[in-house]
Each structure stands twice: as C-alpha cells, then as structure tokens.
Design a protein around this ligand. Structure first.
Ligand code: NOJ
Length: 514
C-alpha cells in the first residue's frame, strides 16, 4: 500500500511539474486539459495496479496482403510488383521462396480470425492488395471476389469484437503502374487517390483506423537501393522522387477522405512511419545523428507532422549542396511548392509508429564502407549504423534496446503536436524454430517502456505486434520470422501453431499486465 501511495504521489508530482512548465504557455492549454483528463483516467483505471494497461488501450497484431494472402492469380487478381519480381528474379529471395501461396490467408481467413480471438486482440491490422481489388490498377474494374474477401475478413473480425485496422497500401503496387514508373511518377498521386477512394467507399462504414501507406521510408528507400520490389539500382534519384510523391499521394487521399467520407464515418487516418532510434556513438557524433534523424525520419514525418511543414530545412540544404557538388542542375530531393506544403501539412489524425530497433550512429572513417544497407544514409550522410556492445544483437541490423523505444516515444511526443500515438508494428526477427523465448522477452521489455511512457503522459493508445504469424519476409523469404504463431509452409493446410510468445501475449491481453 505504501509503495502504491508513493507511486501515486510521484506520479502526481511529475504531472504537477509538467503543469508548471506548461502553465505560462497559452498555446499548450488544450494539451494541458488533455493531460489532466488523461491523468485522472490513468490513475482511475490503473492506479491500484501500476503495471496494468488501461482498459481503453488496444492490443493488436498485424500482417500485410502479399506476405500472407497467397492466391496470387486466383479469380481476376492483377499482377503486383512482388508477383512479377519473384517470378522473374527468383534468385533474389533467400531460400528461393515466394508469396504465391504464403500463409494462404485468402482461403484461411477464418483461422486467422480465430487466432486473433485466441490472442484476445482488440485490433487486427491487415492490408488490402491493390491488384486484388482493382485488377487493372485503376478503378475501371472492381473485383467482386476481391471485395468479398475483404468484406468477409472485416465482418468476421467485427463479429468477434475485433476492430480492423486497415492499411490501404503495403509495398505491393500493381505491376501495370510500375510499368509507368510507379512511385517515381507524379501521376501516382491520382492513381493512389482513386484507389483509396474505392477502398474508403467499400469499407469505410466499418473501419475507423486507416493507414494510407505503410512505411514510406522503406517503400522508397528499400525499392531503389535493391531490397524490395521493383528492385531498382537507383540510389540517387528514384528514392527522392518517390519521397515527395508518396507524401503528396497520402495528403491527397487524406483530403479526399475529409471531403467525401469524414462527416459520414469519422475515421482516423495516418501513414505508418518506421523509426529507428539513433543514439550518437560519441558526443562528437551528436550533430551527424541529428542530421540522420532528419534524413530517415524527418524526411517522411516533418512535412506532415511539424507545424511549419515542408522538408527539414537543414537537411534540404545539405542534400541540395550534395547535388550541386555532384554536378546536378536541380536538387535531387524535389522542392515543395508553398501550395504543396499546405496540402501535406497536418494530414494526420494520429501517429502510426513502427519501431523495431535502435542503432548507434557515427561518421564513416576515411576509406571505411558501411557494411549494412550501404546506400541508406552512408552515401548521403557518410554515416555508419552499428549495435552497442551491451545491446543484445540479433542480426547485423537488429539489436534489442528497449530504452531506445522509450526515447523514441518521448522524442515524438515533444517534437510534434500529437494527440494520439498508435504503435502499428513492433517485433523481432528470429529463425523459424518454434521456441521463441527471446521474442517473449522482447515484447515484454518493449511493452514495459510503453507503460512507463504512458505514466509520463505520452498519449499512446495501442500496440500492434508484428506479426500475427510467420509469413513471407520480402527478400528474406521464409528464412527470418517474426510470428507469434509459426506456420508450417510445407503443409498444404498451412497449419498455424502458437509459439511461447503467443501464449505470453494472450496472457498480457487478458490480464492487461506484463
Ligand atoms: C515492417 C514492414 O511493414 C513489414 O512488411 C515487415 O515484414 C516488417 N517491417 C519486418 O521487416
């Protein structure tokens, strides 16, 4: 009891000091009101058991269409860039797998819903396959079977009291649009908005949380330096054209939702942003680390979430200088017009955060090459990303450092004016073995940081484990897995089996405690 009282007193004094800080700032008054309500609710529902998640906090799991659906050529489905890539360049996928059948969720969606139920989930995040719903890529043909599949999934989830969180686009562009330049062509803004309009009109009556575009950073930066379809070797130009087009496409879709659907459905839209936490390797690396935040995170978040909008100023100048020195006549990162800045700024109702790991950042030494993701960051920024010796390293890009997640959450909360942060992905890549006690520890320790951040007033409303079940992990094929359930990919029935982590997570969702 004493401990409990002490914690309440500590919590109140933390809030009192926040109140003091914000008191003189009238712009912050709305936030203050929210914070007070939040504190009262938090103490009300969780005060007696400090390690308990509030009842309104949503636990979920996620997947994406190409990674789980299979049925790549069933009915009138069109070809996506992944169908095309894995059939024309099978050698680029580790182990030679592809998503032709994957988890066969197109046929086994009832079992997927059952797993969500077993896990006690509040939400299930999945994506819609553009080429399944619109076989030509355009709204001239809407597939009846595609429509039925997603209607069944949404209705089936709702029947079990599970809220669908729907991603409109998750890396699987129709090949017909790729043939015209895909995300590097500014016309993609209209193609995407037309597609999104079909999606909202078909499913908007039952879906509140929307993610327009999944991880634009990886969509653009992963495509051009060779680790996602369409697998282009164009690190200098394509990624920057895509960067701007993806933001404008998201913004146009958001504005279209405002005009046509918001008054009827009152949904919440955002795009999901992948954030690594970057920690400077030494105090001398602080400046380059800040620039790295702008390069990776700011380039996708600043135009939407900052008050002023547009590209991060220092970074835009830095990239323009690079382009000039390299002999280009225009900046490689296309400038925004002032109309575009206004169009894009503020197009969010919540922040959809995808966080997996942290990296130490330092400058490359003379003659040194970045062994990992050589083109992300190192060519432009001259940096290297590493693990800290004290972090548990899982592979060459991934280490467990939950404190980095905590820092990330606080950074977001202080950098942008956010009313709601929803974690739309968090998970750990391990081998396909069924035993995954390390995954249990990963989720436990990252959830613990959320609890602490909630105590500090960070407005986090949900957590989504990546991923519901093992699936096609892009160019890593089936060699690396993130699933709470394992899937037997040699069994035609694609039998799903709960791992230790699934049992752990089901206990968390049931007890709301770690
Ligand atoms: C985020 C992506 O959205 C998802 O498709 C991918 O499988 C995970 N990262 C793990 O790499």
């Amino acid at each position: 009891m004493k401990v409990y009282l002490k914690q309440i007193v500590e919590r109140l004094s933390r809030y009192l000091s926040k109140i003091k800080t914000f008191y003189t700032n009238s712009v912050r008054k709305m936030y203050l009101a929210g914070l007070v309500v939040f504190s009262v609710l938090f103490v009300g529902c969780c005060g007696s058991e400090p390690l308990r998640f509030p009842t309104w906090f949503k636990f979920g799991a996620a997947s994406s269409a190409y990674q789980v659906e299979g049925a790549w050529n069933v009915s009138d489905k069109g070809e996506s860039i992944w169908d095309y890539l894995v059939h024309t360049r099978p050698e680029i996928v580790a182990g030679g797998g592809n998503g032709d059948v994957a988890c066969d969720s197109y046929h086994l969606w009832r079992r997927d819903i059952q797993m969500c139920e077993e896990l006690g989930l509040d939400t299930y995040r999945f994506s819609i396959s553009w080429s399944r719903l619109l076989p030509s890529g355009y709204p001239n043909i809407i597939s009846e079977d595609g429509k039925n599949y997603y209607n069944n999934l949404i209705d089936g989830l709702l029947e079990k009291g599970i809220e669908p969180v729907v991603t409109v686009h998750h890396f699987d562009l129709p090949q017909s649009l790729q043939d015209l330049g895909g995300w590097a062509n500014p016309l993609i803004v209209d193609w995407f908005t037309d597609y999104a309009q079909v999606v909202f009109s078909l499913f908007g009556d039952r879906v509140t949380y929307w993610v327009t575009i999944n991880e634009p950073f990886i969509l653009c930066e992963g495509v051009f330096p060779l680790f996602l379809a369409p697998y282009y070797d164009d690190p200098n130009i394509g990624r920057y054209l895509c960067n701007k087009n993806v933001l404008v496409a998201h913004a146009k879709a958001y504005r279209m939702y405002d005009d046509l659907f918001r008054s009827k459905y009152n949904g919440k839209l955002s795009l999901s942003t992948l954030f690594f936490w970057f920690e400077p390797a030494t105090p001398e690396d602080e400046e380059i680390t800040d620039l790295m935040f702008e390069f990776w995170e700011g380039r996708y978040a600043h135009p939407i979430f900052s008050k002023e909008g547009g590209w991060p100023v220092k970074l835009e100048k830095n990239l323009a200088d690079n382009a000039r020195m390299e002999g280009y006549s225009h900046p490689r990162l296309p400038p925004f017009t002032s109309e575009e800045i206004d169009l894009v700024r503020g197009t969010y109702d919540y922040f959809a955060l995808q966080h997996f790991t942290s990296r130490l950042v330092r400058r490359l030494r003379p003659g040194e090459r970045n062994p990992m993701w050589p083109l992300i960051g190192s060519s432009e920024m001259g940096i290297i990303m590493e693990s800290h010796p004290s972090w548990v390293s899982v592979n060459d890009w991934f280490a467990i450092w939950p404190q980095g997640f905590h820092k990330q959450l606080n950074w977001l909360n202080t950098t942008y004016d956010l009313k709601e942060i929803f974690i739309t992905e968090n998970g750990i890549p391990l081998g396909p073995d069924v035993d995954d006690t390390l995954r249990v520890e990963y989720h436990r320790s990252y959830l613990e940081q959320i609890l602490q951040a909630l105590h500090e007033g960070v407005p986090i409303t949900g957590y989504t484990a990546w991923t519901l079940m093992d699936n096609f992990e892009w160019v890593s094929g089936y060699t690396v897995q993130f699933g709470l359930y394992s899937v037997n990919f040699t069994d035609p029935m694609r039998t799903r089996t709960p791992r230790t982590s699934a049992k752990y997570y089901a206990n968390v969702t049931r007890t709301r405690m770690l």
